[in-house]
Ligand binder design. Structure first.
Ligand code: AMP
Length: 356
């Protein structure tokens, strides 16, 4: 291990994005004696409440981006829709980790799926680019009569996607997505959705938590359980291929569809800490936020073997009204995000429950 790639104690970690992931990264960084400086456009964001410093500016304010990057030792990000121009403007000031290519890939479903299947050699659901209603009609046919049409950019939690099982629905669905570039994926009759949260540090060491089983409600993650049953090690192997193909540094999440015969197809990757990894905070091992900080700081990665089986449940919108009852259960561990407005579907916090 070269010490030139190890962040000194007290170093400042810049974070683009001020949401709950930035908040939990800041808390983990503080435990390791690093300071975080958050760059985010909202005054009262979850991360700024606990970070050492906050630059309150828009992502397209490149003068603010440059002065931020000149004042930190390394830059990371907590959501993948930071404009690439912002990150490029920041990069002369401090190294950006995970690398910009990973961010760029993750922002466009077509680029991402092409990279995963062709460069990393990992299977994904069959897909076709869709730029108009006629492409959608052709793709539906090629995909066996049922497909999911998704906007290439800015889609998350099921936003920007429609399921189509007729030519008319494919054409109408494409129109309803607003005429933006899309992809059509084959509809996968999966038996369950699973994910892997893994990491690679500045020295090329890798680590992964065990397989995670995820349940969604209305396309939003509801619960994650780890370790999941039936972990063959295949998901971890595939995730490591993607880490290497990206020459990655930091935490990476890989979401899979698991078919009846056990085959895994990648649904998507996230170049950051991930909602399906929140259970790690109460599993008796290194949590995913510390794992990310260790990776970008050039530390050894620590212990990714949970000592307990943990179930994480998201608290969405007015689920936070249940906090008093939940708090009466000593098995429940809280992680709340400091958000005032409990809008429907908004991620307000999560709870972890040790199962065994
Ligand atoms: P995504 O935003 O791509 O993660 O999709 C959100 C959710 O929609 C996934 O977690 C799945 O439950 C479902 N979904 C997405 N793509 C497909 C697909 N190709 N086949 C079946 N279900 C899908």
């Amino acid at each position: 291990m070269t010490t030139s790639h190890v962040l000194p104690r007290g170093a400042v970690i810049g974070i683009f994005g001020g949401g709950q992931l930035g908040r939990m990264l800041s808390l983990a960084a503080a435990r390791l004696d690093f300071k975080t400086h958050v760059f985010a456009p909202d005054a009262e964001c979850p991360a700024s409440q606990v970070a050492w410093k906050h630059t309150l500016a828009d992502y397209d304010d490149l003068a603010a981006v440059r002065s931020f990057s000149n004042s930190v030792d390394v830059i990371t990000y907590e959501f993948e829709n930071i404009p690439t121009a912002t990150v490029i403007a920041a990069s002369p000031g401090a190294p950006v980790l995970p690398p910009i290519e990973a961010l760029h890939n993750g922002q466009d479903r077509l680029t991402e799926k092409t990279f995963i299947s062709e460069t990393a050699g990992v299977a994904v659901a069959p897909f076709y680019p869709v730029n108009n209603e006629f492409d959608a009609k052709r793709a539906l046919k090629a995909l066996g009569g049922k497909c999911v049409i998704k906007t290439r950019r800015m889609g998350y939690d099921g936003k920007g996607q429609v399921i189509a099982s007729s030519e008319q629905a494919a054409m109408d669905g494409t129109k309803s997505l607003g005429g933006v570039p899309c992809i059509a994926e084959g509809f996968i009759p999966f038996r369950r959705e699973v994910s892997i949260v893994c990491a690679r540090n500045r020295h090329g060491d890798t680590a992964a938590f065990p397989l995670i089983e995820n349940q969604h409600k209305n396309h939003i993650l509801h619960t994650s359980i780890c370790p999941a049953d039936g972990d063959t090690g295949q998901a971890r192997e595939l995730a490591f291929k993607i880490l290497e193909a990206l020459d990655y540094v930091g935490v990476l999440a890989v979401e899979f569809f698991e078919l009846d015969d056990g085959t895994l197809l990648v649904n998507e990757i996230a170049p950051r800490v991930h909602n399906s990894g929140h259970w790690t905070q109460d599993a008796g091992c290194t949590d995913q936020f510390e794992l990310h900080i260790r990776a970008i700081a050039g530390w050894p990665l620590g212990d990714t073997q949970p000592k307990y089986r943990v179930e994480m449940t998201n608290l969405l919108g007015d689920d936070v009204d249940q906090i008093p009852e939940l708090a009466a259960d000593p098995a429940v561990k809280f992680h709340l995000y400091g958000k005032v407005d409990a809008r429907a579907g908004r991620k307000m916090g999560h709870i972890n429950r040790i199962i065994s």
